[in-house]
Design a protein around this ligand. Structure first.
Ligand code: MN
Length: 242
């Protein structure tokens, strides 16, 4: 049996003043986590609205939406709140149509950090543009600790796909976000929250496999069995015939 082909969305060099050319970019942790879980990772370039999303998704068994810069607030009908909001328009142009088509055809999806946000916005939801300003709390969602280090807990809804995947209703997670879901799009259900109420995971109960998390499990596969289990559940869903 061939390993399932998992397309991974990526960012750009948009905010790197030292980049001499326009580049697609992705932290290696995503591809490594897919590889370790038994999938065949492939990075999806930002070619904007020239991308034939249907032709691409015909060939993919699963879609991993990776982290990165912020979705442009104009996409959910808002002015940009402050200068902490750093957008990546080329990425929005590629990713948002791809997400809508993937959800429509029930391609298995795992969404991470920006991924949960772009998923929610693509389906009609909104975001807190800057948590420290719009929803301040005692929990630092943008941690200074190392990338693999868990710094806050999440409570996971019993019976959810996420709880099933990680085998528990509680998990210690890392946190590298200054935005979060605000109004949740129709069809998505909140299945995990941080102690301050911040949405940390959603999923689509009607979908084959659509799990979206605000934390970074790809950075925790060396230290967290639950993170490894989440990737294995996703790759297994992608392996299964529709
Ligand atoms: Mn967090």
């Amino acid at each position: 049996m061939h390993p399932p082909l998992i397309g991974i969305s990526c960012g750009t060099s948009r905010h790197d003043e030292h980049a001499k050319t326009e580049q697609d970019r992705l932290n290696m942790a995503y591809s490594n986590a897919i590889q370790e879980a038994g999938g065949l990772p492939i990075i999806l370039p930002n070619v904007g609205d020239r991308l034939d999303t249907a032709a691409l998704l015909d060939r993919l068994d699963g879609l991993l939406l990776s982290g990165g810069y912020d979705v442009c607030p104009a996409v959910f009908g808002e002015e940009t709140l402050n200068e902490s909001v750093e957008v990546d328009e080329a990425r929005d142009a590629t990713e948002l149509p791809l997400i809508r088509e993937a959800v429509h055809r029930q391609t298995p999806i795992l969404a991470i950090c920006r991924g949960i946000q772009s998923l929610n916005v693509a389906l009609g939801g909104t975001l807190y543009q800057d948590l420290p300003v719009q929803a301040p709390s005692g929990i630092p969602h943008r941690q200074n600790a190392p990338r693999h280090a868990a710094t806050h807990s999440i409570a996971i809804e019993s019976g959810s796909r996420l709880a099933e995947a990680v085998g528990d209703t509680q998990m210690e997670v890392n946190s590298f976000h200054h935005q979060a879901l605000r109004d949740v799009a129709d069809g998505l259900k909140v299945v995990a929250k941080a102690p301050d109420g911040t949405i940390e995971a959603v999923e689509a109960p009607a979908h084959r496999f659509l799990v979206a998390v605000q934390f970074h499990p790809e950075e925790m596969t060396g230290s967290s069995e639950k993170a490894r289990k989440l990737f294995r559940a996703f790759v297994e869903a992608a392996q299964t015939e529709a």
